[in-house]
Write a protein that binds this ligand. Structure first.
Ligand code: VG1
Ligand code: CO
Length: 539
């Protein structure tokens, strides 16, 4: 029986960089999740009989919201709902299923790298038929719908059993529970030379951070690639990620970092985030920044079977370092600079303009899906190591010797008072025109702007995507506010210094960036306006 339930709009359902992310307590308000899901369904055209994919990263509230979403999808008239067993689907696996099964879209339930549990974060993201995050015109329509919603429809029945593989009928909808790993693992086997990795003799340590990649990594790394049992750490997804932030960076994956810097380190260390789309890459004795990883993967991708024909182009988000640009130039292929967030890569991938994309925030991926993909990056690295017989350190040092090195760091100021953050960004924008020519220590500003992007495939324009200050010589600082935080504002300051081949390629990053960091504070008045003397997280 389909039930129409009267409801009233919530004022705070505007999707951010990747969907609607809020505290669990906010999602637990009666009708909160239902209103958002109904608003999504209301803007999906031709859903009658269409297929919808649903899955999440297993965090607290995942099962409950999936139960509701299935019954609402049945009420909305979808023909088939494909759900990962246990409610589990990593973000890239969901993207793959949408594409493989010809779904009209999918609901991905996750707050990614944010912590989980009753007092932590939850999120809902809608992906469209290409498997990627909904573009801005769709998220804007969803948001508009949330402001005027007056009822939602739900099929009244007990929740479907999502733990048993197979099909059940709910009204006119078939609910199909699938193995969350199988088709994703098969895709990886098509892209990479599993035989070469298996026989390479490489040793690995993978930290799944008690999040969604556990079952994927166990199946792929331990069962299919034959790495010894236990090489996947924290491999069981937990509702609260064991109380940790499932954020694969040097702060939250400290244990892995320490292992990789220790004398007995394996050849290769990696970690992924809550929903499996990010990656951390650490070689024995060397951390690879995500921006460098993108550049090094692009330079060597042809060594993997899936990319043997070469790359069509590279795309990176604006705050990501320009290391990839140099690779693109050497390969004679285009390099696109997009706003932050994976949704901007989708059109370029669909149009066949680029093959590989990446973000400084530990996201790398390719045209195999329409999301960033943590395990994909791990496997491409392993394929490159197996094919070349080189260590991570060797790949990196040879890369820098050829292209030069982009020293890079991101400073995050979290939980900043929203008004202070807005004042800081507003002040910066007001002063932009005066910056060129100004000197900060030995640095002189060459140009400054507020990044705007015109999508080359559909002409749509996204403005105010972050303030860039470019210094003479190719160093840079970028300022922007996070679109994924759930309390207050997060100011991100991205620091980059280019050192050409033949220059100081083996120096300490903090030291190399010290002058730019000082200039950033002077330019944006961070201490004065936020009261902070140091960033909360440096990655
Ligand atoms: C952050 C990252 C961005 C990434 C986004 C979603 O956004 O900076 O690069 O695409 O998270 O990643 P923001 O607006 O907070 O800077 V995930 O792994 O949270 O889906
Ligand atoms: Co993520």
């Amino acid at each position: 029986m389909i039930h129409a339930v009267a409801t009233r709009p919530f004022a705070d359902q505007k999707p951010g960089t990747s969907g609607l992310r809020k505290k669990v307590k906010i999602f637990q308000q009666p009708h909160y999740a239902e209103n958002f899901i109904q608003s999504v369904f209301d803007v999906v055209p031709e859903k009658e009989g269409a297929t919808l994919v649903i899955g999440g990263d297993g965090r607290f509230l995942n099962r409950e919201v999936i139960g509701k979403a299935i019954r609402m999808a049945a009420a909305a008239g979808f023909g088939r709902v494909i759900v990962g067993q246990g409610g589990i689907l990593s973000t890239p696996a969901a993207s793959n299923l949408i594409r493989e099964r010809g779904a009209i879209g999918g609901l991905v339930l996750s707050a990614s790298h944010n912590p989980g549990g009753p007092d932590e974060d939850f999120g809902i993201k809608y992906n469209v038929g290409n498997g990627g995050p909904a573009p801005e015109k769709v998220t804007a329509a969803i948001y508009a719908r949330t402001t005027e919603i007056d009822h939602f429809a739900i099929f009244e029945a007990p929740d479907v059993d999502i733990d048993t593989l197979g099909e059940t009928q709910l009204a006119d909808t078939i609910v199909e529970v699938v193995d969350p790993v199988a088709s994703y693992a098969a895709l990886m086997e098509r892209l990479f030379d599993f035989g070469a990795i298996r026989s390479s003799g490489l040793s690995v340590a993978f930290d799944a951070m008690s999040a969604v990649t556990g079952p994927y990594a166990t199946e792929i790394l331990e069962r299919r690639l034959g790495f010894a049992p236990g090489r996947v750490r924290n491999g069981t997804p937990l509702e609260d990620f064991g109380g940790h932030h499932p954020d694969p960076n040097l702060v939250h994956a400290r244990a892995l970092y320490d292992l990789m810097m220790s004398p007995g380190a394996p050849d290769f260390g990696a970690a992924s985030d809550g929903d499996g789309d990010r990656n951390l890459i650490i070689g024995r004795g060397i951390f690879i920044t995500p921006s460098d990883s993108l550049a090094m993967l692009a330079a060597n991708a042809h060594l993997a079977p899936g990319y043997a024909e070469g790359l069509k182009g590279i795309a990176r988000s604006m705050p990501t370092s320009a290391a990839a640009d140099r690779v693109a130039a050497a390969l004679g292929i285009p390099c696109y600079e997009t706003p932050t967030g994976w949704k901007f890569f989708g059109n370029l991938l669909d149009a066949g303009r680029v093959t590989i994309c990446g973000e400084e925030s530990a996201g790398t991926g390719s045209d195999h899906v329409r999301e960033k993909d943590g395990l994909w990056a791990v496997l491409l690295w392993l394929n490159i190591l197996a094919a070349t017989g080189k260590s991570v350190k060797q790949i990196a040092t040879e890369h820098w010797a050829r292209f030069g090195r982009n020293y890079y760091a991101r400073h995050d100021y979290e939980g900043v008072e929203s008004n202070a953050a807005d004042a800081l960004m507003g002040g910066l924008r007001d002063r932009l025109a005066q910056l060129p020519g100004q000197a900060f220590g030995t640095l002189t500003v060459e140009a400054a702007d507020d990044f705007a992007y015109e999508d080359p495939t559909d002409g749509s324009i996204s403005s105010q995507q972050g303030v860039r200050v470019l210094f003479q010589g190719g160093s840079r600082v970028v300022f922007r506010l996070s679109g994924t935080g759930t309390s207050g504002a997060t100011l991100r300051v991205y620091l980059e210094r280019y050192e050409p081949a033949g220059g100081r390629l083996d120096a300490d990053t903090t030291e190399m960036l010290a002058e730019i960091a000082a200039a950033a504070d002077q330019i944006a008045q961070i201490r004065k306006l936020t009261g902070r003397t140091a960033p909360d997280v440096v990655t």
